[in-house]
Design a protein around this ligand. Structure first.
Ligand code: FAD
Ligand code: UDP
Length: 367
């Protein structure tokens, strides 16, 4: 049996960035992936020439020059700028919260008018916000909270905005300019030719075993390498000895439609409570596609149960405390290192996952 320098569990971005640097340092890698394909959540499926983001819309954005130049060394990026639309019972608003949103909501036109309304609506919240509802109202006022945040957030997270941490909503920019760019980062785009090009480049030269859950045969795979990188969930690595960490899951329903343009934009958020899905993605718009057909995907939030894909960590107090206990075990491992959105139990974007992998790479190969 071949012996490797590294056995790598998972084939997402974290694993890929590590594998790329390991190979550059002359190391051999075996990748074990439980899905039937490589790439983790950035994997795309080709349908009629359209790259379908199989695990939800992925827009690359970063302010890190190191991350941007690394990904551009693997693939070229287009000029896509994310400017989603919010649909509240048929009323259309621009996202993120900016002068276009305020103008449509209140019929006003200047930043001072918008600030005065928000100031009045946040009235009662003068202390440091303690939960998502307070944070949202203090940022954008009650009207926007009720129409564009409350329903979407409670669908997405399956709990009241009063029980959710404030940081979730702080991800979104609030701007007093007419600027619909969803992100504040310096760099943004979609890989030309799709995300799979990144995956192919990152794992080139690795041996790969697909359709295999590492945790079902841990000893066997551990014995195949000097060291192990594990990018799955930490609780599963330790057989759930302190309990199950909670996640939110998603269900994606895709349809191929016989029209060239279904919604005129890549992402529409449905922010009312009644529509069961949170967003509809029209994939071709990420790459300015010109095919006569289109593929749309509805994204339904789902309460996670064992066996489902764990998409979003629920970073509340209870889960965070459980995670710290697992983390203490992980810290004691000599042969195993951990990383990525799952193993770190963090709501990371792609660039942050790459930065986290760079830290491990620097400590392992560049010190
Ligand atoms: P993953 O991509 O989850 O990879 C982990 C891999 O390990 C998976 O392939 C999994 O199957 C495998 N695995 C797990 N356990 C085992 C096991 N026991 N045995 C074998 N294999 C195993 N980021 C952005 O920057 N922009 C966006 O627009 C954006 N949109 C997103 C939308 C959604 C719906 C979601 C869920 C995430 C989004 N992200 C976005 C975040 C982005 O997907 C992640 O930051 C990134 O893909 C995480 O990479 P990773 O390698 O840490 O984990
Ligand atoms: N959000 C919202 N309304 C929207 C879009 C987002 O209230 O139309 C809130 C919601 O709580 C969500 C958070 O903002 O969880 C972060 O949104 P983002 O688009 O960054 O989430 P992701 O793309 O990671 O699912």
């Amino acid at each position: 049996m071949k012996h490797y320098d590294y056995v790598i569990v998972g084939s997402g971005l974290f694993a890929g960035v590590f594998a790329w640097h390991a190979k550059k340092a002359g190391k051999t890698c075996l990748v074990i992936e439980k899905r039937s394909h490589m790439g983790g959540n950035i994997y795309c499926e080709d349908v009629e020439g359209i790259h379908v983001h199989k695990y939800g819309a992925h827009i690359f954005h970063t302010s890190s020059r190191r991350v941007w130049s690394f990904v551009n060394s693997l693939v070229e990026f287009n000029r896509y700028t994310n400017s989603p639309i919010a649909n509240y019972h048929g009323e259309i608003y621009n996202m993120p919260f900016n002068m276009n949103t305020f103008s449509k909501m209140w019929g006003i036109s200047t930043p001072d008018q918008a600030k005065a309304i928000i100031e009045e609506q946040r009235g009662q919240i003068t202390h440091e916000p303690e939960n998502l509802e307070e944070q949202a109202i203090s940022l954008v006022g009650r009207d926007i909270y009720e129409k564009l945040i409350k329903g979407y957030t409670e669908k997405q997270w399956g709990r009241s905005c009063r029980e959710l941490p404030a940081f979730i909503i702080k991800r979104l920019p609030v701007r007093y300019t007419y600027d619909n760019n969803y992100f504040n980062d310096l760099f943004q785009g979609i890989p030309i030719g799709g995300y799979n090009k990144i995956i192919d480049a990152l794992f080139e030269g690795c041996d790969v075993i697909l359709n295999t859950d590492f945790n079902e045969n841990r000893e066997k795979y551990m014995a195949m390498g000097d060291k192990l990188l594990y990018t799955g969930t930490l609780d599963s690595f330790y057989d759930y000895r302190y309990g199950h960490l909670e996640y939110r899951s998603l269900r994606f329903e895709s349809e191929l439609l016989d029209t060239d343009n279904y919604q005129g934009v890549a992402v529409v958020n449905y922010t009312d409570r009644e529509t069961p899905y949170t967003r509809v993605i029209e994939h071709k718009h990420f790459e300015y596609g010109t095919s006569p057909k289109t593929v749309i995907t509805r994204e339904y939030p789902v309460t996670w149960e064992e066996g489902m894909e764990p998409y979003y960590p629920v970073n509340d107090k209870k889960n965070q405390e459980m995670f710290e206990k697992y983390h203490a075990l992980a810290d004691q491992e000599e042969k195993v290192v951990f990383g990525g959105r799952l193993a770190e139990y963090k709501y990371y974007d792609m660039d942050k996952v790459i930065e986290s992998a760079f830290k491990l790479v620097d400590a392992t190969f560049n010190s």
